[in-house]
Design a protein around this ligand. Sequence first.
Ligand code: DMJ
Length: 673
Amino acid sequence: MYSGAAAAAGPPRRDFISVTLGPEEAVGVGGYNNSKAWRRRSCWRKWKQLSRLQRSVILLLFAFLAVCGVISYTSMGEAWKGITNKSLDEQRTEQEIPGLKLANPAVLPAPQKADANHGDYPELSLQKPPKPPHVRRGPSNLQIKAPRRDMGLKTRHDTIRAVEEQVEADKVEKTEKSIISWRGAVIEPDQSTEPPSSKIKESEKPSSVEAEDQKEPVPINERQLAVIEAFRHAWKGYKDFAWGHDELKPLSKSYSEWFGLGLTLIDALDTMWILGLKEDFEEARKWVANDLVFDKNVDVNLFESTIRILGGLLSTYHLSGDSLFLEKAKDIGNRLMPAFKTPSKIPYSDVNIGRGTAHPPRWTSDSTVAEVTSIQLEFRELSRLTGDEKFQKAVDEVMKHVHTLSGKNDGLVPMFINTNSGQFTHLGVYTLGARADSYYEYLLKQWIQGGKKENELLEDYMRAIEGVKKHLLQRSEPKKLTFVGELAHGHFSAKMDHLVCFLPGTLALGAHNGLAADHMKLAEALIETCYQMYAQVETGLSPEIVHFNLHAQKGHKDVEIKPADRHNLLRPETVESLFYMYRFTGDKKYQDWGWEILQNFNRYTRVPTGGYTSINNVQNPSNPEPRDKMESFFLGETLKYMFLLFSDDIDLINLDKYVFNTEAHPLPIWVPA
Ligand code: DMJ
């Protein structure tokens, strides 16, 4: 049977077992007797024939095999138990994630804690899918969805691809939805626009666009798409070269800082919302959440930071319903308050928002009249939202004080006011351009914002328009364009800033709100003039300042431009007024004029690598001399008003529900509780 080392050389030693099969026992040799008795007898005989040593060795061998058998049985039992448990785990996993099969369960790492190594293999964890980056109020289509649970978890790569595919699918879904159903933002006034006396409770905050989403969507048209394209081009430049900085320098592919507060990004937030650029909005929102810090040792201009930053944050809060923007608005609002700590309560021009100190410009203790009287819409709204009346009190006091001041000329105000005495300075110069412009605009708009009850504001506004008619209106030659000039110590100057082109829009808004019908007539005449300030120029773009011809001269147009005034800063005022005019008249010529202007911006100010630039010479189409700067108001105002001008949807920022601040940030009109 078994010969052990029988093959070893030399005679067998006694220590070895030698088992030899006899010929009769060999299977297949001779006859085969398979009876049990014979086999039992035969085995016993053999056993007896063995020596004692051989028997002991065989017994020992059996004992050893028996022990091995027991040991291996125990470990097989464990293994069996393990297999049984694993298959239970698999069953549980199947229940949690239907359809999920682990390709190779034995090598999967044990489930980790949510925060352990999550950057590497989040998708391999059998825990819940990751939470979305933030949960926010506002339209559901702006919220970031968590990955679907039924994606299947095979390999890390597969899972990432699945997530990417889902994101792509969501993108397409979002884009399609935005094009067909985005309506901009309208809030229900009775939910969110009570005057400041009643503090807004958490539950009463704006419901954003939900109610409007029920309405039949108004499709976006070709011209609006062109504005979206222009915005995206401008935004690309800002994103690529100036992200988080104040202004893009599109030619040098860099940026400039003014306050170091991401001015362009904040100014553009509500434009992105209105244009339906939700992904760009989300990205910018993240910057506001993570990187916008006001605790900085930096001097900011009170007026500019109020209209662009505070105004931008407040309107974005209203449109999106996202409390992040209100929190940031409160922060900057509080930090600007030291400006009002002056002997006269007329605020200083500059505030250090980190140190909490304020001061006038180095060379004077005067502030600009337009600046101290064009921060009211924003601070009043901040009081209404927070229930803290200090903001409104400070700015109302300025208006009340200015209302009583002497030095006006039939409602027209000088350009400077002293922060110590509270009196106008540099008397005798009157303009509706730089340094005075938005004083007039905010008289009307505060009156509208407050529900048309604050009579002093209306009085001042009406008187001022009479003053404009009496002292500043003239007609040019040869086309007899009505324009608004300036008055300096009794002398009329036929100079008109492009800034004055806010006036037709404001006059039209007043007429729409029930003021004198002749305001609308004047608005129609003035918007024609503002359009001619573009149309009569070689590039089709307006210069910063024009001088009108009062006398017909052969070969001369109405508009003359001085070499120092030839620049164009991508300003919004004409487009702004075109928007109001179209809203209130429905006359398509206003849209056509705006379309021409957009095309000329594209022709002469668009920088191929991203962004638009202000130019130095609107009279030279072959070299308009790019200035290498894109002002934040191009995105905050100019393109926003373009988009609204081309829209036929009066609910896309309904002018009976919203009033725009002077930086084109819409704020709600208050209605009585
Ligand atoms: C903007 O900041 C505001 O519109 C302001 O009222 C005037 N200047 C620029 C745009 O031209």
